[in-house]
Design a protein around this ligand. Structure first.
Ligand SMILES: Nc1ncnc2c1ncn2[C@@H]1O[C@H](COP(=O)(O)OP(=O)(O)OP(=O)(O)O)[C@@H](O)[C@H]1O
Ligand SMILES: [Mg+2]
Length: 156
């Protein structure tokens, strides 16, 4: 399932609409090269979950928590960026898999580096740069398959 965006506002909107497909317990692994638009996507995703502050890159803190305001039982967004992580132990220490059990979702930038920690039950979002302003956002993963129809609508 993929969606093409032109410009950061379109990627934010894609993130905002993607947020409507999320459920408590979801782990979203975001991948894509430097400057692909991962944080931009999360900014929209956060808005879609009813986070009132602007989501910024957690590069130096590894993970930031945001309180969400929505009627879907998602109370907290954990936004991680594992770019600087040097061992998987550091990712394990974040305990994101356990944290999401409590009415939360986690979204992880450079998530492909952390994938071994989370197993198969994740939603993967990959952003490819196709031109200066063009991006292709691909959604996949076992966690996404049980809502394939909604994802297809998101993509179209
Ligand atoms: N279609 C687009 N979607 C998202 N960002 C875009 C798009 N077109 C241009 N951009 C630009 O690309 C950059 C994306 O930055 P962003 O911080 O979101 O990327 P990132 O993948 O999080 O980077 P990093 O790997 O450093 O964390 C911004 O400068 C944004 O303005
Ligand atoms: Mg980023």
């Amino acid at each position: 399932m993929s969606r093409v965006t032109v410009g950061p506002a379109a990627t934010e909107l894609a993130g905002e609409e993607f947020a409507r497909l999320l459920r408590p317990g979801d782990v979203v692994l975001l991948s894509g090269p430097l400057g692909a638009g991962k944080t931009t996507f999360v900014r929209g995703l956060a808005r879609g979950l009813g986070v009132s502050e602007r989501a910024t890159s957690p590069t130096f803190t590894l993970v930031r928590q945001h309180r969400c305001h929505n009627d879907r039982g998602i109370a907290t967004l954990h936004h991680a960026d594992v770019y600087r992580v040097t061992s998987l132990d550091e990712v394990l220490d974040l305990a994101l898999g356990e944290l999401v059990e409590e009415a939360a979702v986690a979204v992880v930038e450079w998530g492909e580096l952390a994938a071994p920690v989370f197993g198969a039950d994740v939603v993967t979002v990959s952003i490819a740069v196709t031109s200066d302003e063009g991006r292709t956002i691909d959604v996949d993963g076992a966690g996404a398959r049980d809502r394939a129809e909604a994802m297809a609508r998101w993509a179209s």
